[in-house]
Each structure stands twice: as C-alpha cells, then as structure tokens.
Write a protein that binds this ligand. Structure first.
Ligand code: MLT
Length: 467
C-alpha cells in the first residue's frame, strides 16, 4: 500500500446514517435513560451514580463471603471461582450470555438495524455494554460516525504491517499492530502528565473509541496483504462499522454484510473470566494503556483453546466432509467416535455453558434463512444431532453441546472467506467492543492492580493439613 502520510485515512466521513424506523416488535422492555447521542456524556452522567452505588455496597457488604475456594479450583483453571467484577455481561450456564441483562434474541429484536437489514448493528451493542441502555437510532448513528471519523491508522503501523512476511500469523500481526498503536495513547500521556485518578476513565474511553475505530482498517490491511492485492478500499462516512469493514476486506455482498453485523455483535463479550476479557482486565489493572491491554488480550484469543477454535472446527469439518457431500447418521457417528479416540470434537463443550450456546443457535438461524442447502451447513446441522448423544455416551465431556465456534466458519466459507487462519481476527475485532467497554468501567470504578495470592503445592498441603 505504501501510504507514507502520518495517517492512513481512506476517506473523510460524512454523516448520512440510514436506519430502520423504530417499529420493530418490542415485547421486551427498552431501558434507556438518556436521549443524548453523545456516548461520553451519557457515561459521564452514569459513572458517578455507579461509583456511589459500589462505594455504599462495599461499605455495607465488603466483608461478606461470596463462596469458597477448593484445592481443585486452584489446580483446575479457577473454574467456578467467583473472583471478578464485570459489569458488561453475565454468562448463565443454562441460558447463555446476557449483555447488560439482555439475551441475544432480545438484542436482535431491540437494537437498531441498518436500512433493509435484520441484524443488530454492533455499534448498538457497544452502547448497551457501555451504558446498560438500549440505544436509539440517533445514538447508534453517532457511534458509527465517531468510528468512521477516528478510523485513520498511523503510517508507522501501516508500514510495519506492509513489511511483515506472510509467515506471520494474522493474529500475531493484529497484536503487533495494536501494540504499535499505543504510540497514540491519550491515557498514557495523561497519566504521565499527572491527571487525576477520577479522570482516568475519560482517557480510557478516548483510547478505546480510537482503537475500535481503527481495528477494521488494520484487520483489512492484514487480510488484503496476506490474501489479496494489498489494496484497501476507502472508509465511507455513510456506512456503518461492519459495512465499512466488509468493503475494506473487499467483499460486496449485502448478505455477507448482514452476517458480519451479526458476527461482530455476538462475539463481543462473554463475561469477565474468559481468557481475552480477563487478560485485558488484568493488564489494564497495571494501568497499561488500552492498546497494550487489548493487544495482550488478543494474544490470549489467538490460542487454540480460545479464539483459534473456530479454525480447528473447520479443519475437522473438512476432514469429515472430504469428497462426499452426504452422510448417513451411522457414518458420522463412526467418525465422531474415531475422533474421540485421539482427541476432542472441536466446537463442542464449554468451560461454563451446559446447554447449546445461543451464539451457535443464532448462527444456525442465519444459515437456515440464507443458506439452507449448503452442504457444509447441512453437515453441521446433522452433527448437531449426532455429536451430543455420542459425547454423553463417551461420558467425559461436562457439556456435550456446541458452542459459538462450531458454526461461524461454515458461514464465512459460504460467502467466500475461505482463509480460516484469518477467522480469529474477526473474533478479535468483535471482542474489542466487550473488553474495552469493560476496561472503561474498570477505570471508572477505580479498580486496583489485580494481584491474587498464589501458593506452592507444599504450602497448600500444609494449609489443608495434608499428610
Ligand atoms: C468466549 O466467547 O470467550 C468463549 O466462549 C470462551 C469463554 O467464555 O470462556
């Protein structure tokens, strides 16, 4: 691309948001206490109220016990241990994720959509995660515009990306680019200038907005450099965040844009204990700026037990699929048992969930609507009936049901995005909305450096009186 100006800014944005009229069904209560289209202003109103509430709560209940810690929890990845406060979303083992109290179907129903679109805009979910309110169309439009305005990427980041060998994994490229972006951090500058602690959140907010705005451009540069001609289309001010991203990736398909709106909405947040959210929170607690905190979080997302799983699912599906397009149930059962001899079924199971992930369901509904005859989707749908009973019979999986990763790759493949190495980058772009809205609240609530106590096996044995 060779852009040598300080900022790579594809085009100047102008506001021309076109959103659906607010006539969508509404059996669920819409909570919105502010009509201001200025997200920072709304946060500035809400934060002192929440600070007071938390201070009063801690004063009265600060020493109240919330659970017990067992030896197994300490060796077992802290499963089930309540140890974090995260305001943006809560995961229920049976029901799945709720964003500020709203389920995925409720978000689909209530969040503003693009003209002619049926899927929620991720901008609306970000507003919800930050404020707890379902935004109006004007509020969502203001976020779209803000992100388009802030999308310029500094030339040193573009130059670095353009000079990377193709052997560097897209997730490593994303992480490196975001680390370099920390040169733009207003938070670290304000900190160095001695800004008051009560104002930290404002700088965390500015950095988060700037980072989210720049991510699609960075992600598109990575994609176009690795798999296409290296050229990235211009940002358009009258397009929403997902539509601009799709355009920069080089796709021109309304249905794919709808899929991206859905994808970028449902992958945002999964409460605070998952690796990417927890990492961002942990690194941010050292007052590392939001760029450094998010880059660290992406290094966690890049792991095969976290965000890379969607790629693994597709590799496994392709192995099953092979040359054939239809299978008997028995053939699939045999294949599942064969896989279990040496490993696990990718995309099935979850550390917290004990039912089918609603993020899987919503992608399944998208597929049923848009690609019911696709042979890979048919295979995924057939496996949905085959795998859980086999896993139950096998007896080792705590949760035999599919998670979000069991479905996403199939949809992306259908629309021509076949480069599965890249899929985790899409997850990362979406996850930014969750972990950064949480980070803003971490600074708003003045959460301290995270520093739990660890023990040696010897010390632990003594503590529990083991012989
Ligand atoms: C996520 O979305 O972060 C994954 O489902 C993993 C998790 O929740 O632990």
């Amino acid at each position: 691309m060779g852009v040598l100006s300080r900022f790579y800014r594809p085009a100047l944005p102008q506001l021309a948001k076109k959103l659906l009229p607010a006539s969508t069904l509404s059996s669920v209560a819409i909570r919105n206490s502010s009509s201001s289209p200025d997200l920072k202003k709304v946060l500035a109103e809400k934060i002192p109220v929440a600070q007071k509430d938390v201070a009063e709560f801690r004063k009265e209940y600060g020493d109240t016990k919330v659970g017990e810690i067992t030896v197994n929890m300490m060796y077992g990845g802290m499963r089930g241990m309540k140890g974090l406060v995260t305001e943006t979303s809560v995961l229920d083992a049976e029901e799945g994720i709720r964003f500020r109290g709203y389920s995925i179907p409720e978000c689909q129903e209530l969040l503003p959509k693009a003209v002619g679109g049926a899927e929620p805009l991720p901008e609306g979910l970000f507003w919800l995660l930050c404020t707890g309110d379902i935004p109006t169309e004007a509020q969502v439009a203001s976020v779209s515009l803000e992100w388009a305005k802030r999308a310029g990427v500094p030339s040193h980041v573009v130059t670095m990306l353009n000079n990377l060998p193709h052997t560097v994994h897209p997730m490593a490229q994303l992480s490196a680019a975001v680390n370099l972006l920390s040169s733009e951090s207003l938070f670290s500058k304000a900190y160095a200038d001695g800004v008051k602690k009560t104002e930290y959140w404002q700088y965390a907010y500015e950095d988060s907005m700037n980072l989210i705005a720049k991510l699609p451009t960075i992600a598109a540069i990575i994609y176009r450099n690795l798999y296409r001609d290296g050229k990235v289309a211009a940002i358009e001010g009258n397009l929403d965040w997902s539509a601009n991203f799709v355009k920069m990736l080089g796709y021109d398909n309304r249905e794919f844009t709808e899929l991206m709106r859905l994808y970028l909405t449902i992958h945002t947040d999964h409460e605070g204990g998952n690796v990417s959210a927890h990492t961002c929170h942990l690194v941010g607690s050292a007052l590392s700026d939001p760029y450094l905190s998010f880059a660290a979080s992406m290094n966690g997302l890049a792991g095969p037990l976290h965000g890379l799983a969607n790629q693994e699912v597709l590799i496994w599906l392709n192995k099953v699929h092979g040359e054939k397009s239809t299978f008997t149930d028995q053939e699939l059962k045999d294949f599942v048992w064969e896989t279990l001899k040496t490993g696990v079924i990718p995309g099935y199971g979850h550390a917290v969930l004990r039912k089918t992930d609603p993020r899987y369901m919503v992608q399944r509904e998208f597929a049923l609507k848009h690609l019911p005859e696709d042979s890979l989707f048919k295979l995924v749908a057939q496996l949905y009936h085959i795998v859980p009973p086999v896993l139950l019979e096998h007896g080792k999986a705590a949760n035999p049901w599919p998670n979000v990763d069991a479905h996403s790759g199939v949809l992306l493949q259908y629309y021509g995005m076949t480069e599965m190495n890249y899929y985790t980058v899409l997850f990362g772009v979406s996850r930014a909305l969750g972990v950064l809205s949480s980070l803003i609240w971490d600074r708003a609530l003045g959460l301290p450096l995270e520093r739990p106590k660890s023990m040696s096996t010897e010390g632990l044995k003594k503590l529990v009186g083991a012989k």
